[in-house]
Every structure is written in structure tokens, then in C-alpha cells.
Ligand binder design. Structure first.
Ligand SMILES: N[C@@H](CCC(=O)N[C@@H](CS)C(=O)NCC(=O)O)C(=O)O
Length: 211
């Protein structure tokens, strides 16, 4: 990618302005306190730069000098290794594998519902709301059992989960009746200054940060 005078940092992130997967990566960057140049992209109309860099033309895409990374999981894990403090993964292999699997489930089962609500037809959006609500209801015991998502400390799995929880009011998905643990989880994450820093202007308007 040709360096442009707008670019001041070693890292450049191509990101959409309201996208759970891009938000996930911005949350990792904010938790690490890493500064970066943000290029806002309309995913339906990707710029030439992005087309040249990423065969899928998708966001999030991260560029660091000659390194080009895409897929939110690849980008997030790279950032956690490249900027080790604070660590966003536990050290033991079993816990790491569990959190990776939980994140994979989020990508396969939860994110498509969010995308169907945001971009689908009315019937796709309605089906997405119903399924997302079922997934939330089934996850309540997990939020009761752990302070963070399946873990005692904030992890990359929270960076994947929190953007979905943040969007629930704007997606028209109510919390389950016994969803207080989910609400508390959201407040715990949203109160973190890194969370506010991770939001684009469009995303900030989707919900309210705790006072
Ligand atoms: N597997 C990719 C999917 C990313 C994705 O679906 N991004 C959407 C925006 S939310 C996008 O770029 N869509 C346009 C496209 O894929 O051409 C990832 O994990 O990053």
C-alpha cells in the first residue's frame, strides 16, 4: 500500500463504520492502547487499495508495512501476540482452546444473525432476531458463572461478544427475562475507557455508555 500523507501510524485498519467484526478488532486495538490510522470503508463499495490488498475485499483488514492481514480472528490474534500487554488470552492451552472455540461459535452462529438484521430482507431480519434471542437465552447461565465471557479476565472472546451486546437495542433484540447477568456483563465492558475509544461515531449512537 502506498504511504499516504494521512497515515501517521505503523498500523492501518480498513474498517466499516458499523460492523461487529471491525468493532471487534478496534476493541482489541483500544484495549492494547495502540494508535493506528483508520480508513473507513463501505464494504459494498471497497476502495482500490483494499481490492489490491485483500483477495476477499473484506473488512476488517489490517496493514503493517508489508504485512496485510484479514479475517477478524487472524487480525485479533496477531494483535494480541504483537502487543502482549495487557494479554487478552489466558496462558494455559485448555482455556485458550475453549475461548477460541467460543469465538468461532460467535462467528458462525451469532454474527450472521446480526448481519441478517442489519442487511437482510424483512423476513431474514425477523428470523435473525428470533435466533439471536434464543442464543442469548441459552447463554445466560454462562454469564452468571463467569465475570467475563467464559473467563475471569477480559479476553479476545469478549472483544468478539461485546460488539454484539452493544448493538442489541438498535437491532431490536430484547434481553431475556432473566438476563440481568448479561446486562451486568455489558455494563462491565462498556464502562472500560477502551470500549468508548473503540466506537465509531455511528456505533456510539447505537446505545448508551454507562454514566
Ligand atoms: N471472515 C471475515 C468476514 C468479514 C465480513 O463479513 N466483513 C463484511 C463487513 S461486516 C464485508 O467486508 N463484506 C463485504 C465483502 O465481504 O465483500 C472476517 O472475519 O473478517
Amino acid at each position: 500500500m502506498a504511504a499516504s500523507p494521512r497515515m501517521r501510524n505503523a498500523l492501518t485498519l480498513f474498517s466499516a463504520n458499523d460492523c461487529v467484526l471491525c468493532h471487534r478488532v478496534r476493541l482489541v486495538l483500544a484495549a492494547k492502547g495502540v494508535t493506528y490510522d483508520l480508513i473507513e470503508v463501505d464494504p459494498q463499495n471497497p476502495p482500490e487499495d483494499l481490492i489490491d490488498l485483500n483477495p476477499y475485499h473484506s473488512v476488517p483488514t489490517l496493514v503493517e508495512r508489508d504485512l496485510v492481514l484479514y479475517a477478524a480472528s487472524v487480525v485479533s490474534e496477531y494483535l494480541d501476540e504483537r502487543y502482549p500487554h495487557p494479554p487478552l488470552m489466558p496462558v494455559d492451552p485448555l482455556s485458550r482452546a475453549r475461548l477460541r472455540l467460543a469465538t468461532l461459535r460467535l462467528e458462525h452462529d451469532w454474527v450472521p444473525q446480526v448481519q441478517a438484521i442489519q442487511m437482510g430482507t424483512k423476513s431474514q431480519a425477523d428470523a435473525g432476531r428470533k435466533r439471536l434471542r434464543e442464543l442469548l437465552t441459552a447463554s445466560v447461565p454462562l454469564f452468571k458463572a463467569f465475570k467475563f465471557f467464559l473467563n475471569t479476565e477480559m479476553s479476545l472472546a469478549d472483544c468478539a461478544m461485546a460488539p454484539i451486546i452493544w448493538r442489541l437495542p438498535s437491532l431490536g433484540v430484547a434481553l431475556p427475562k432473566d438476563g440481568k447477568a448479561l446486562e451486568d456483563y455489558g455494563s462491565r465492558i462498556f464502562r472500560n475507557p477502551g470500549f468508548a475509544r473503540s466506537l465509531t461515531e455511528q456505533e456510539r449512537r447505537l446505545n448508551e455508555l454507562p454514566g
